[in-house]
Structure formats: structure tokens, C-alpha cells
Design a protein around this ligand. Sequence first.
Ligand SMILES: C[S@@+](CC[C@H](N)C(=O)[O-])C[C@H]1O[C@@H](n2cnc3c(N)ncnc32)[C@H](O)[C@@H]1O
Length: 293
Amino acid sequence: MDVGINKKNLLDISYERLCQCKPSNINCLTAKEWLRNQLGVWQFTYEKRDIRDKSTHPATFPISLAKKVIELFTHMGELVVDPFVGSGTTLVAAMDANRNAVGFDLQSSYIELCKTRLTNGHLHNMSKQTPIQDDAKNIHEYFKEETVSLIWTSPPYANLLNRQRKNKSRRDRKNEQLDKVEQYSQDERDLGIMSIDDYTIAMGDIFESMLPLLKPKAHCVINVPDMWWENERITIHISLVQELRRRGYELRNIIIWDRTNIVNKIGIFGWPSNYITMGVTFEYLLDFWRPPK
Ligand SMILES: C[S@@+](CC[C@H](N)C(=O)[O-])C[C@H]1O[C@@H](n2cnc3c(N)ncnc32)[C@H](O)[C@@H]1O
């Protein structure tokens, strides 16, 4: 096992369990809680602490989703890494669940936002949550091998957001979002400005470099939708499944995040000649693991 030699940014953060669960258990859930988690379609609602204002951050997931994934794949005290942490939702959920967590983002403004959210919600428990401004491709410099119990993230969706919004699926088309580009940045390292092919390779490089950090059989869960581009479906989830398999990950589950309960003001489009289901009504949760040795 690598002991952290030659890792110039190595972090001092705990990753050992604080619970008394059996070593082979993958989480601290009771049988009843486990049973509820066996459903392959999940729904969530947003709470007050969630960030839904697109000008603060254009693409956040709910704290309840992050908490469910964290509680399903880790024990108390273990270490979670989010390579694209954005507004810090994963860190807030990790704090609630008493897990250590480190989140990375290119944008200093988002890292500041993470810090504010963590300070506002400060809980007194044993765990530590740390936001870091850096490119996800450098993450392997921060952790020893086989110390991370979960990689959980919602990455940019290739260049899905890097265009003026047309609001085609909205009933109130002329709202304040019309014609705005809600992309995180135009930084050349930002995965949100890349074509699907460049994006897939960049994601493969990042996740391959993080694979040795995971404990054997530790999970890596990635939240992505597909997208439409010039009337063609771009299957981001298929590109990622193929690429991560090539890079040594094994796909375990595909879970559907059913968003129909939080979508409102839907406008009609395509009728009567072109049938297109609304991309915003569901997203994929791609669950991989580092294969056992
Ligand atoms: C979909 S958002 C994550 C949102 C997050 N789940 C939340 O709830 O706030 C993706 C994030 O990836 C960041 N990003 C893009 N390219 C990156 C890179 N190369 N390294 C690190 N972060 C990057 C963007 O700045 C953006 O905040």
C-alpha cells in the first residue's frame, strides 16, 4: 500500500469508522432501512437549506439525495470525496451524517459558498468537512491510497449548460433565465465547456487517477442526466459507463432519480410531430465500485 510518499498536498483527515458495525457491513443501516433502499427509483424534496437560486449555483442536487447516498455506502467516520462539489451540498450532507468529506471545485466563489454553508450549519460531531479550490485532476495528490470509502458527485454534464437558455420546456418561457448562459465558467479546465468526446476522456482521466484512493469494494456514484443537442439525444450516462469500465471501475447499479415531484410549469414542445421526453424529469445515479482484489 502507498503510504503517501510523493503526494505533495497530502491531507491530514480521518477515515476510520467510528461505529461498532461488523467489518464486512457496507453501512450502518438497520435491516428495515436497507429494505427501503432496495428500490431502484428514488424521489427527493428540497429543504430550506438547499440552494435553488440558479444565480447562486446553476445545478445543485438536494441535501437529502447526498445524505442517502452517503449513508448507503459509508459508515460513520469514514471519508467521502466529491470531485465537483459546487455549492457544497455533499459537505453539508456529510456533516449531518457524521462523515469526513472533502470537496473540490475550480471556482473560488463556490468554495467560499461551501465555507459559508458549513459555518451556518455547524454541528458538534467528530467529523470534518473541507472544501478545496483545485482542478479535479489533482485530487490524487491529497489522499493516501485505499483511504476513501465513497466518491460521490454530480459532474458538469459536458457542455449542456454552455449555451443560451431557450426555455423550451417551460410554460413561463419569458422568465429571467431566458437567453442566459448558466455555465459555471469558461475556464479551459472546466468540464462544462467540453464536447461530449473530450469530456468523456477528461472524466476517464480524473476517475482513473482517483481509483487507487478507494478502498477495495468502495463505491463511486455519479449523478448525470442525458441531454439533447440539435435534436439528437446525447447519452452522457452511456459514455461514462463505458469509459469508467475501461478505466477499471465496475458498474454495480443504475438508479433513477425521479424528479417528477419537483418539476413544475412544464410547457409543451415537439407536438405534434416530434416526441421528446423531458430531460429534467429524471437523472441517472451510476453506481460503480472498485472491484475486490
Ligand atoms: C453540477 S456542479 C456540482 C453541483 C453540486 N452537486 C451542488 O449540489 O452544488 C459541477 C461543478 O463542477 C465544477 N467543475 C467543472 N470543472 C471542474 C474541474 N476540472 N475540477 C473541479 N471542479 C470542476 C464546476 O465549477 C461546478 O461547480
